[in-house]
Design a protein around this ligand. Sequence first.
Ligand code: FES
Ligand SMILES: [Fe+2]
Length: 340
Amino acid sequence: MHLSLSSKPTGWFHIGWSAEIPPKGVKPMKYFGQDLVAFRSEDGELAVLDAHCHHMGAHLGYGGKVEGRCIACPYHGWQWNTDGENILIPYQDHPVRKKLRKWHVVEKHELIFLWHDPAGGPPREGWEIPDIFAFEGEGFEGMAASSDDFYPCYPHAVVDKPDEAIHPQLIQENAADCMHFRYTHGAPEDPEMLWFRTNGPYWHSSIGFKSKRTKQVALRTLQKNFGVGLAFAVFDGRAPYRLVLSATPIDDTLSYLRVSYWFPKAPGAPAEMPQDIRAFDVEELFEEDARIWRHQKFVQRPIFARQDVAAYSTLRTWCAQFYEAPEEQGVIPLTQEDHA
Ligand code: FES
Ligand SMILES: [Fe+2]
């Protein structure tokens, strides 16, 4: 199988939490090798545009100010609206008919997602971002919930890791890897892949941990992966929590990694997350995997153990659909290895 690990995969990617960009907020960003600016208008509309002003190229994300529905360039004050149109040149009676590229964004569960298609196409039908609360369908029985059943993830239950030398696909491959739990996460037993299936841009699977005593599945993880950069998971144990693990390519060597955790909230409990949940070390949980990923070399043709082969090879074939960009558009050199 040919697998190019381009840093320009197609799909929806996580680029932050809604609360990071309040009305009038401005944030510079870089993803897929492109300089971007995110801002929120005074009336609450979030926009992501190409960052460099069409006048003299200043970066709107460094010093740009929101005025109504527009962002004003810090250099000479030209204003660009949430559609990227030039609306005002303060010292001239008419604007220019020039637009900054507007990127598609969606806010869901207080997370911000950005659509990336290397060919510039719009978000695709049938590529809807999964709902972390409404886990439904075959294999997910009993997992449907609502946001009221959980504490909000931001700001106390998130991991925020800019500039990681980790390719997004490595976080996806974790979903097929039963044999790392004992060694990487200190699990007392090896879990089992209970089932997995693919459906277009989605990967669905479940891993089960059996009780030593009863030999019954005592804890399950249920997983919905979407594209190479997003993994939605439910830990179905005594206090079932949910998480979104995300990796968004910044350029050919770095990704932005984030984890958002939703911990269960008893009916009628105060909205504020209690101290004992806040004390849960989400950072360390992430680090257990991340300290492997940071130094891992991507092995194109691994020597599979018997337990790995079915899920791993299906997952890799499924991942290949997201690499539509021509190879010269960026292939991560550090992670390439081909024993062909
Ligand atoms: S560079 Fe933006 S207004 Fe001049
Ligand atoms: Fe892991």
